[in-house]
Design a protein around this ligand. Structure first.
Ligand SMILES: [Zn+2]
Ligand SMILES: [Zn+2]
Length: 278
């Protein structure tokens, strides 16, 4: 198996670290990674979420995207022969504003190698809300708005299904980001019906199987105290394997120490052995 970290961030992320890129990549090399995808959050449509301060932390301003692209291009060139750096973005599913993403992809598709396509936003109280911001915000602006976890969970996986359909139209290598992100704050919320999640994921498998969209096997949930597990269950990985859906490990590094986090779990889960960390 190619040792590949397929989901990482940079100093162009305003809720991450301003550490030099070399600290991330040198660590990846030290850990024996052969490929490393840099997948920053690109700019979002102006005023997407009601909270201006949060909006500024979510993504880089539009004028920085060319600088980011040349930053990653330079890393790719500099590390050639040591590790395969691939040029990526973590794009958001933005129903109603898909043309925003289409324009960005069209502009950069000649060099974009990897897209992690994620659902971070759902309609909520007063507008679009972020599902992974803070437990209190989740409760006030999403849970109260939908009235029950079941309704909210169903809305989330409806969005995931829409995201897969759109991602399937993109011309580069694409995978669905952290498919169970809705569980991020689970220990702070009314109990989530695991059977419902399983049912929804089972419904998603055939959509993945008939598209070229893969899965971002995102381990970030293991380092979030309110989640405590990867964002992809092991049984789902096994099913993806059976159906030929590509499964790419993603540390979702927002600082250099995160690089390679949970790789051992991923490796044992992929080999069908029982992982020891969840
Ligand atoms: Zn981020
Ligand atoms: Zn994400």
């Amino acid at each position: 198996m190619l040792k590949w970290d397929g989901h990482t961030h940079t100093r162009f992320c305003y809720h991450g670290s301003d550490a030099a890129q070399e600290l991330y990549i040198d660590r990846a090399i030290e850990l024996g990674f052969e490929r490393y995808t840099i997948s920053e959050h690109p700019p979002l449509p102006a005023g997407l979420v009601p909270d201006k301060k949060l909006f500024d932390e979510l993504a880089m301003p539009p004028e920085e995207l060319p600088a980011y692209m040349s930053y990653v291009r330079e890393m790719k060139r500099r590390y050639e022969g040591q590790i395969d750096i691939t040029i990526g973005l973590e794009l958001d599913y933005l129903p109603g504003q898909l043309d925003f993403t289409e324009r960005m992809v069209e502009e950069w598709q000649h060099e974009l190698e990897d897209v992690v396509y994620s659902v971070h936003f759902l309609p909520g109280a007063g507008g679009i809300r972020c599902i992974d911001y803070m437990p209190e915000d989740f409760q006030r602006n999403l849970l109260a708005y939908y009235g029950s976890m079941d309704r909210l969970v169903n809305e989330y996986y409806d969005h995931v299904e829409g995201a897969i359909a759109f991602a399937a139209t993109l011309p580069m290598r694409t995978r669905l980001g952290h498919i169970n992100l809705i569980e991020k704050f689970r220990t702070e919320l009314p109990e989530i019906d695991e059977a419902l999640i399983r049912r929804r994921l089972e419904g998603i498998l055939p959509l993945l199987a008939k598209s070229s969209v893969g899965i971002d096997v995102n381990t970030a949930g293991m380092r979030v105290a309110t989640c405590g597990k990867p964002y992809v269950p092991e049984w789902f990985l096994a099913e993806c394997g059976r159906l030929g859906v590509s499964c790419v490990y993603g540390s979702d590094s927002h600082k250099p120490e995160h690089v390679g986090f949970g790789w051992d779990w991923f490796q044992s889960a992929m080999s069908g052995k029982k992982g020891d960390q969840g």
